[in-house]
Design a protein around this ligand. Structure first.
Ligand SMILES: Cc1cn([C@H]2C[C@H](O)[C@@H](COP(=O)(O)OP(=O)(O)OP(=O)(O)O)O2)c(=O)[nH]c1=O
Length: 204
């Protein structure tokens, strides 16, 4: 279990498992040449703890996702990630209905907010390594028509903060500071550092 291949004369390469149900994360990981051998969603409670900061929340959930899947796949490298949209110290929800998305968009309108990404890699030894990334996003002021138009698109569904920068919401983004891929769901530079740092080979 947990071994993907045995190169001639070498040691087995542990499998790379992505602990995610997000198709975006699979695409992002593929983009940098680390095709996961397996994708396995981690079913965890994503409720913020009392007084938990957005940054800490993203880190904790990334580790919990990776750990949960690592228990089911011992001996593998397991990558987990979490994306948190924060307005000040307030953690915005993942929008599952239009009313929630509308509240988020009204809050983000005309302001700058932060997007925190946590990425955790649990190694075959069971130990997690963690990176945290922060991006800043500045939205233009949104009028009621723009908000209604965006809500009708449905693109907000399942997205932290009620928008997806990789889609129509790009029209609202005046500026970003920091990692773009972090906002979409997986900070690719830091993910590469984690994977390479733990000895996961390209295309493992
Ligand atoms: C802000 C923003 C978030 N998102 C997405 C990324 C994440 O999929 C989602 C935040 O929820 P997460 O809980 O980070 O991830 P998830 O539930 O979609 O998937 P997983 O199984 O890995 O836990 O919001 C975008 O796609 N674009 C954006 O611009």
């Amino acid at each position: 279990m947990g071994e993907t291949s045995m190169p001639t004369g070498g040691t087995p390469i542990p499998m790379l498992v992505l602990a995610s149900a997000s198709p975006r994360r699979v695409d992002l990981l593929n983009q940098i040449g680390f095709a996961p051998d397996l994708v396995a969603p981690a079913d965890i409670d994503e409720t913020p703890l009392k007084d938990e900061t957005p940054a800490r929340h993203a880190e904790r959930l990334a580790v919990e996702k990776a750990r949960k899947v690592a228990i089911q796949h011992p001996g593998c490298f397991v990558l987990g990630a979490d994306t948190v949209v924060a307005c000040g110290n307030r953690i915005l929800p993942k929008a599952e209905d239009p009313a929630t998305a509308e509240k988020c968009l009204k809050l983000l309108s005309g302001r700058r907010h932060r997007v925190f990404g946590g990425v955790a890699l649990v190694g075959p030894d069971g130990k997690p390594a963690l990176r945290r990334v922060q991006s800043v996003v500045v939205f233009k002021r949104l009028d009621a028509r723009e908000i209604d138009w965006y809500l009708a698109s449905g693109e907000w569904h399942g997205k932290a903060g009620g928008y997806a920068i990789q889609g129509l919401a790009a029209r609202f983004v005046r500026e970003i500071i920091g990692s773009y891929s972090n906002i979409v769901g997986l900070p690719l530079f830091e993910t590469t550092q984690l994977l390479v740092g733990r000895g996961v080979r390209l295309g493992a």
